[in-house]
Design a protein around this ligand. Structure first.
Ligand code: NHW
Ligand code: EN5
Length: 388
């Protein structure tokens, strides 16, 4: 059934529930000198290219490939539209390797037709911090699908990760592969219900009118938590302490240091937004919330071409109720003209989703580890990792 994935060091469906298999690495590392030194062969018409995301021209090519060929919902009404600034942010964290930004071009025309990326991360699994690659943005042009290009691309990025003496990876997908460590549900909070209904993102509920729906999703004009403000550079040490302490309770979570927090959480316009509670009494940072910006193209609509979506990222509370903090995040997103606020049922998100009028979407997100076995699956609430 899975001709490629059956050959890879990942949990296999036949092994589910087999208690004789130990947790941890599936295959041992080898000396990097024994890693295959030449790239895998592509079919004749294609060649490998390293995509230099510092170059505006290359960044444009990657953006155009993804904007026309990346992930769609199951009814092909929406397609992720990661911005160029977002791609630059996502692909250049501390310690990134340019060689992990892999493109495939047509030899004759040099047209970019496929892409896959990795970025380095330290991910804690139970008590062990494991060096991993986070794999994302796997994309094959629509006209080149089902030609088994994806397995070659996955093997090639695996080889380049191994060359850096890294032997594990984390990734997410909307499709089921061997085998998820957990399966998360997408939830959606309408901010601009009229537009969402107009474009087919959501439907008018039973016994609901448009004006009742608009009233249902109304939010205050300004945030309510005293001391709520945007995160600044000077907050990096305090936010790092808060976040490290908070993430320590989850079975799988990133091991963020101050450099990581500066990169991943310091606000970048239209990419990532972070807010915190700076206690008016003690001037301590007690709570923190963040979301990233990922619009979707609306496919074939008369009046609208993009849906502006915020995605819940990392949220930590020590003093403010999580419900109130997230309501303030919704208020900010509404002020900034987002149409919808999305979240997964990871970490403690379940505690606010229903009360803040999020509804379950039709999409799921499966989380995977490469070359690392977890004995039992996790519950989404045991997962402290959000991939972009
Ligand atoms: S998930 C988003 C993936 N991208 C999209 O869905 C965009 C639209 N679709 C496409 O571009 C986030 C194509 O359909 C793709 C497949 C390219 C998806 N992950 O070439 P073939 C990520 O980027 C398997 C993994 O003929 P295609 C995470 C499939 O099961 N495998 O298909 C990426 C089959 O194998 P099987 C996937 O439709 C994580 C084989 O590909 C997959 O033309 C990557 C068929 O290949 C997916 N999303 O192209 C893994 N979708 O065994 C990283 C399909 O079943 C692993 N397949 O026969 C770790 C590596 C690093 C390790 C380091 C130590
Ligand atoms: C890894 N980085 O299916 C990314 N999105 O629910 C790769 N549905 O937006 C993995 N179909 O339910 C990506 N509206 C996997 C996700 C792929 C994209 C995807 C889903 C997630 C989605 C929307 C639109 C559905 C359109 C028709 C959806 C309902 C919203 C409604 C609002 C009011 C309260 C109830 C829910």
């Amino acid at each position: 059934k899975h001709k490629f994935w059956e050959t890879q060091p990942v949990g296999q469906f036949k092994d589910i529930g087999n208690l004789s298999l130990q947790e941890g690495p599936i295959e041992p590392p080898t000396p990097t000198s024994e890693v295959k030194q030449e790239p895998y062969n592509l079919p004749g018409p294609y060649e490998w290219t390293v995509c230099d995301m510092d170059s505006d021209e290359t960044c444009n090519e990657v953006y155009n490939l993804l904007t026309t060929n990346y992930v769609e919902d199951d009814e092909n009404m929406f397609r992720f539209n990661y911005s160029k600034e977002f791609l630059r942010w996502a692909l250049r964290p501390p310690g990134y390797y340019k060689s992990w930004h892999i493109g495939v071009r047509v030899k004759t025309s040099k047209k970019l037709v496929a892409f896959i990326t990795g970025v380095p991360a330290r991910i804690r699994v139970r008590n062990e911090v494991v060096k991993m690659a986070e794999i994302n943005f796997l994309c094959v042009h629509k006209k080149l699908r089902s030609k088994r290009l994806a397995p070659v691309m996955i093997k090639e990025i695996t080889r380049r990760v191994h060359l850096e003496n890294i032997w594990h990876a984390a990734y997410t997908a909307g499709v089921v592969l061997p085998t998820p460590i957990t399966t998360c549900q997408y939830w959606h909070r309408s901010l601009n219900p009229k537009k969402l209904i107009d474009v087919g993102f959501s439907r008018l509920g039973a016994r609901m009118t448009m004006s009742r729906t608009i009233k249902l999703y109304k939010l205050p004009d300004s945030t309510v938590t005293p001391g709520f403000r945007k995160m600044e550079l000077r907050d990096v040490p305090a936010v790092t302490r808060l976040l490290r302490n908070y993430l320590s309770q989850f079975v799988v979570a990133p091991d963020f240091d101050e450099h990581d927090v500066e990169h991943w959480l310091l606000p970048t316009e239209n990419v990532v937004d972070s807010y915190l509670v700076d206690s008016p009494v003690t001037h301590e940072v007690t709570d923190f919330c963040s979301f990233y910006t990922l619009p979707s193209s609306i496919l074939g609509h008369q009046n609208y071409s993009t849906l502006k979506a915020a995605y819940s990222y990392y949220n930590v509370t020590t003093k403010t109720p999580l419900l109130q903090l997230m309501n303030d995040a919704l208020i900010i997103a509404k002020q900034k003209d987002y149409d919808v606020f999305n979240a997964l049922d990871v970490m403690q998100n379940e505690s606010f989703l229903k009360e803040l009028k999020f509804g379950p979407g039709d999409g799921q997100l499966h989380y995977y580890l490469y070359n690392y076995r977890l004995q039992n699956g996790l519950k989404p609430m045991e997962l402290g990792l959000v991939l972009l």
